[in-house]
Design a protein around this ligand. Structure first.
Ligand code: ATP
Ligand code: MG
Length: 421
């Protein structure tokens, strides 16, 4: 137990950490270009926020939440997704009083008690954006464009955008009645979970992966054929905007998404390369959510993307992610005086944003040079008694082994001139 992380969790370090940082950097740059600002909300919230905000009938709330009573006897849950906390903050911090729309993004750990398998963990991470205060299809299009650019910037290929409309409350209610009749007539063929869903949330049955349910669903009435005029126009305008931005999509009337709060647009980016857990990013419009969480009716649209799945997708399409080492200069040392000189040089180099390293564990000179090679140092120099007394040494370019004589006073200038070349 002591040396084993809890099931479904992992440690992020080494090359995987470098990949993470690259990915986070890409997200931050992307959000800057789209004027989405970062928000960080607590890791835990009152459980009620999620049962309301995510939905009582969802798998997340029914089965997957890490819920506990704290010492003050409050029911607390670790966040299973990013949106509910952002909505709570939007209301509590009066962000709606700012000029609208409000455009926010988050990068956060998320927790779900699920059976761990490839692409499914108990602590994972999400990147997501939320756009509050616009009911226009342009807002949906902007959020989808951001997701598409994210995949483009990460060089993720072979991902398909699937898009659908679930209608607004009015057309959905009419449609739900139709769907319920159809499913009740086919009840015998449904799996036990879906028999349960029939009463509480029939729409979710369209999403069931069970084979027998799937066969039935093929003939079910579709929301897309029953949209009211307003929702239909919204969907058509969204598709026209995507066409104008040359963003490819497939209309997929079976996409319903796992969360209860979606209205009108829903979408998923699905990778064909990482197996059954192929959804790398999913989102949509949730015009009812803010009211559900105690605010005034406010239109909103957003998406969430699983960072681990994005990294899996990058590896699947581009092979192992390789990173450049970034040590600029290794200063080898012989003797105490040289060590002090090296410490001073290394410190000054670092003040000048140059990555310099020296021996910290008392290796022989030969072993120090082996080490310099191993960490991928671009240049190296060895300081001993001679170098100190003459105040100069041989600076070696580790790539082509060329050596130049250099005054120790010139090292900083020289390395600065070689930075970023
Ligand atoms: P799935 O159908 O794969 O369970 P979901 O509908 O539960 O997905 P969302 O709630 O939409 O997923 O979460 C957004 C994204 O977070 C998913 O598209 C996926 O990339 C990622 N994700 C969800 N659950 C996990 C998990 N247990 N482990 C790792 N990533 C996850
Ligand atoms: Mg899930």
């Amino acid at each position: 137990m002591l040396t084993q992380a809890p099931r479904g969790t992992t440690d992020i370090f080494g090359d995987y950490m470098t990949a993470w940082q690259m990915l986070e950097g890409t997200m931050r740059g992307l959000c800057k270009d789209f004027s989405f600002n970062e928000i960080r909300t607590p890791i835990f919230e009152h459980t009620e926020l999620f049962s309301r905000g995510v939905g009582e009938t969802t798998d997340i709330v029914q089965k997957e939440m890490y819920t506990f009573m704290d010492k003050g006897d409050r029911s607390i849950s670790l966040k299973p997704e990013g949106t509910a906390g952002v909505v709570r903050a939007y209301l509590e911090r009066n962000l709606y009083a700012d000029t609208q729309p409000t455009k926010l993004f988050y990068l956060t750990p998320t927790f779900r008690y699920e059976k761990p398998q490839a692409g499914r963990m108990r602590q994972f991470h999400q990147f997501g954006v939320e756009l509050f205060g616009s009911d226009h299809a342009t807002a949906d299009a902007e959020v989808i464009a951001l997701a598409a650019q994210m995949l483009e910037r990460l060089n993720i290929k072979n991902v398909e955008l699937n898009i659908n409309s679930l209608g607004g409350p009015e057309c959905r209610e009419k449609y739900n009645a139709l769907l319920k009749v159809f499913l009740t007539n086919n009840k015998d063929g449904l799996c036990s979970t879906c028999k349960d869903r029939l009463e509480k949330n029939p729409l979710r049955i369209l999403d069931c992966k069970n084979e027998s349910c799937n066969t039935i669903i093929q003939d079910a009435p579709l929301m897309l054929d029953h949209l009211g005029d307003d929702c239909k126009a919204h969907f058509e305008e969204l598709l026209a905007l995507l066409d104008a931005m040359e963003i490819k999509y497939s209309v997929n009337p079976w996409i319903v998404r796992g969360l209860d709060y979606y209205t009108k647009t829903v979408f998923e980016f699905i990778s064909k390369e990482i197996g059954a857990q192929g959804t790398v990013c999913g989102g949509g419009r949730y015009n009812g959510l803010i009211e559900e969480c105690g605010g005034s009716p406010t239109p909103a649209v957003g998406f969430g993307a699983g960072i681990e799945r994005l990294l899996m997708t990058i590896e699947a399409s581009n092979g192992k992610i390789q990173y450049e080492k970034s040590v600029d200069l290794y200063i080898g040392t012989m003797g105490a005086a040289a060590t002090r000189k090296a410490a001073s040089l290394v410190n000054t180099l670092r003040k000048n944003n140059i990555n310099a390293e020296m021996d910290l564990i008392g290796r022989s000179v030969k072993a120090q040079m082996k080490y310099a090679n191993k960490i991928g140092a671009r240049y190296s120099i060895i300081l001993g008694e001679n170098e100190l007394s003459e105040n100069k040494g041989l600076l070696k370019n580790m790539q082509d082994s060329e050596q130049i004589e250099i005054s120790l006073d010139e090292i900083i200038n020289f390395m600065s001139s070689k930075k970023n070349i």
